[in-house]
Design a protein around this ligand. Structure first.
Ligand SMILES: Nc1ncnc2c1ncn2[C@@H]1O[C@H](COP(=O)(O)OP(=O)(O)OP(=O)(O)O)[C@@H](O)[C@H]1O
Ligand SMILES: [Mg+2]
Length: 347
């Protein structure tokens, strides 16, 4: 039986760009799929197709038991969506925003009010609840948008980069909220640039690049595929970074990664502690002073790097991307009001 989110051969093109180039997904009920991929990989497009905001050119998708093309209304009734760019009504207060969404979902005004109180509390917005949303900071808007997606406790949730722009405390808060949702049986598809987030929350991970799923598995499976340990060295003198990289590359079984800013060189190795000792001797004999050295297991960042050829871009400013993606469609469609915006979005 297909899972709560199922997709087969999804294709979506924008002119020459194949944003989705044959994507298959299957997310079992009650589990979390982490969709990872570099900027422009097609993550948001996949979320928009699965939430009926965009029609695929070809392929099929079934969400919560309903076909996204044949039964979009039923799909929308069964899902919650928090888009990449928080969509809140600027002129309403936080509380009013939440109540409005509740009422859009046909809740009684009384239960929408009560739910709004609960969510404001949960998302640390009680104090700001009666201020108009245009006075909110970026992180507050994002939290309001996420709270709105949870108003009706839908069985299937989509979150597109939910914690981008949140400070560490609020990110942790959201992780806990997500964990309790999932413990309650919610199925979640989540995109993220924070690989630590995928590691913690996702049962399964699909790595997307150029509109294709290029790897999938649990975090542990993907790490195991990436193979072996890493030697990580922090060189004291930036001028010796080049020489040190050459030395380390000789021990490497697959290239090297150099972060000039932190003077850190990372190479995948086979050989464990014995090899580490050899590396230290060699660096020492060539007169290279090191601030730190260690052997570590691969992280999801390493997986991402080895699959896509570049690091995740979590630290990039969101603003830079916003102008492109906020063209008609993206910003309004990707937000709170699946109910309210889907009609005009569906093209
Ligand atoms: N409405 C659109 N019109 C034209 N091109 C689009 C449109 N939406 C997306 N694209 C293009 O499709 C590709 C995939 O975009 P998408 O937004 O799905 O990427 P993403 O994986 O979400 O990236 P990011 O990490 O930056 O959010 C990109 O090349 C993008 O420019
Ligand atoms: Mg995106």
């Amino acid at each position: 039986m297909p899972g709560a989110i199922y997709a087969e051969g999804l294709v979506k093109t924008f002119g020459d760009v194949r944003a989705l180039d044959g994507v298959d997904l299957d997310v079992p009920e009650g589990s979390v799929l982490g969709l990872l991929g570099p900027n422009g990989a097609g993550k948001t497009t996949a979320v928009r197709v699965l939430t009926t905001l965009l029609q695929p050119d070809s392929g099929r998708a079934v969400v919560a038991g309903h076909d996204v093309l044949k039964a979009p209304v039923q799909v929308r009734r069964s899902i919650g969506l928090s888009g990449q760019f928080a969509a809140v009504d600027e002129y309403l207060t936080g509380r009013e925003n939440l109540q409005m969404v509740g009422e859009l979902y046909q809740m009684s005004s009384r239960s929408a009010k009560a739910r709004a109180v609960e969510l404001l509390e949960q998302f640390n917005l009680t104090e700001a609840g009666d201020r108009s949303a245009k006075t909110y900071s970026g992180g507050m808007r994002r939290r309001l948008d996420l709270a709105a997606a949870l108003i009706v406790r839908p069985p299937v949730m989509f979150m597109d980069e939910p914690t981008t722009g949140l400070d560490p405390r609020n990110r942790m808060m959201l992780w806990e909220v997500i964990e309790s949702l999932v413990a309650g049986g919610t199925t979640l598809l989540l995109t993220t640039q924070y690989l630590e987030e995928a590691d913690r929350l996702a049962h399964d991970i699909a790595v997307v690049d150029h509109g294709k799923v290029i790897a999938r598995g649990t975090a542990d499976q993907l790490k195991a595929q990436t193979g072996g340990e890493r030697v990580e060295v922090v060189v004291h003198d930036p001028a010796l970074l080049g020489t040190a990289t050459e030395i380390l590359t000789a021990f490497s079984k697959g290239g090297s990664t150099v972060d000039k800013h932190t003077r850190r060189i990372t190479v995948p190795v086979a050989g464990g502690a014995k090899l580490l000792a050899e590396v230290i001797r060699e660096l020492d004999s060539r007169g290279i002073e090191i601030d730190d050295i260690g052997l570590r297991r691969p992280t999801l960042d390493d997986v991402f790097l080895s699959l896509t050829g570049h690091a995740a871009e979590a630290d990039q400013a969101v603003e830079g991307e916003a102008s492109e993606a906020a063209k008609p469609g993206a910003s309004a469609g990707a937000g709170v009001g699946v109910v309210g915006t889907a009609g005009e979005e569906n093209k």
